[in-house]
Design a binder for this molecule. Structure first.
Ligand code: ATP
Ligand code: MG
Length: 275
């Protein structure tokens, strides 16, 4: 409620004013990243610079994921470039790519140079996909297992991967050539016997979308099939990424406002049209 909010706000400001890192972290990190982002946006630059030193790149990445990507450029510009690169590396690759697409090419190149190779490679790949396609909205943090694994092994693997996965609700099954051959839900995993094989319980009829598929069509499929995520494959069925339902909600909002602009006969939508 209101009083509680006021108290929280005051505690955060006190902590910042008195340079009490622990108190700041305790109050701030207790909030949902959406609320953290709203507070963060209210702060003066001086205070934001202070906050960057109080939080880890991973913690700042969560905040950044809840700021509109059109408004985000100044924040990355004011960060130490090394810190900024680390923040990008910690973000979901789809969110990092949305933001990098808003920055000028030189800036992007310099961030990618500082970033460690693995993170930079994944992001570079995603930057190549055409706007509004499956490739441009997918993320690469998905969980895969092999069909020959036992349920026990798969659960151990999932437990290890879970902290960084975009969703743990579906685990995808790939073959030796990294082709998508099955899917298994978390529910199916936890109700199976540990000794069973993945191939015994996986669903082999996987619904997937191609990397070049239009985002509007993907939104339609997500709605029709009621899945929480859809896998994205290339023309040879190699699993490249996943698209989760929360990203599709953003797409639907974007497409709805595009359609509205068209209906209203607004011709100059180019500047707001970018993904
Ligand atoms: P249910 O609703 O059947 O009880 P659930 O709640 O565990 O299952 P849902 O998200 O509803 O999971 O998914 C239903 C089923 O669809 C799961 O068995 C899951 O393995 C399967 N599934 C998930 N993604 C795909 C996909 N891309 N293609 C085909 N099947 C999928
Ligand atoms: Mg269900």
């Amino acid at each position: 409620d209101d009083l509680e909010r006021q108290e929280m706000w005051k505690a955060i400001q006190d902590a910042l004013l008195n340079d009490h890192i622990d108190q700041f972290r305790a109050e701030f990190l207790e909030l949902h990243p959406y609320d953290q982002a709203r507070i963060f946006e209210e702060m003066d630059q001086e205070v934001r610079l202070q906050i960057y030193t109080y939080l880890s790149p991973e913690e700042i990445a969560e905040v950044m994921e809840h700021i509109d990507y059109e408004d985000i450029e100044p924040f990355f510009a004011e960060m130490d470039p090394r810190f900024a690169a680390q923040v990008f590396a910690e973000m979901s690759t789809d969110d990092a790519v949305d933001i990098l697409n808003e920055l000028d090419k030189e800036k992007v190149a310099s961030f990618l140079t500082i970033m460690d190779d693995e993170a930079a490679e994944e992001i570079k790949d995603l930057l190549h996909y055409e706007e509004k396609t499956g490739g441009s909205i997918m993320t690469t943090e998905f969980v895969v297992v092999k069909a020959g694994m036992k349920i026990r092994e798969a659960m151990l693997h999932l437990r290890k991967e879970a902290p960084d996965a975009e969703t743990i609700y579906y685990t995808y099954v790939i073959n030796e050539d990294k082709q998508l051959v099955g899917v298994i839900s978390l529910r199916d995993l936890i109700i199976s016997e540990e000794e069973w094989l993945i191939s015994d319980v996986m669903n082999e009829r996987v619904v997937s979308v191609s990397v070049g598929e239009d985002q509007e069509e993907i939104a339609r499929m997500m709605r029709d099939y009621d899945f929480l995520a859809l896998p994205v494959v290339d023309f040879q069925d190699h699993l490249l990424g996943i698209i989760t339902v929360d990203d599709i909600m953003d797409v639907m909002e974007e497409e709805a406002s595009d359609d509205y602009s068209k209906l209203a006969g607004i011709s100059d939508v180019e500047s707001t049209d970018e993904n």
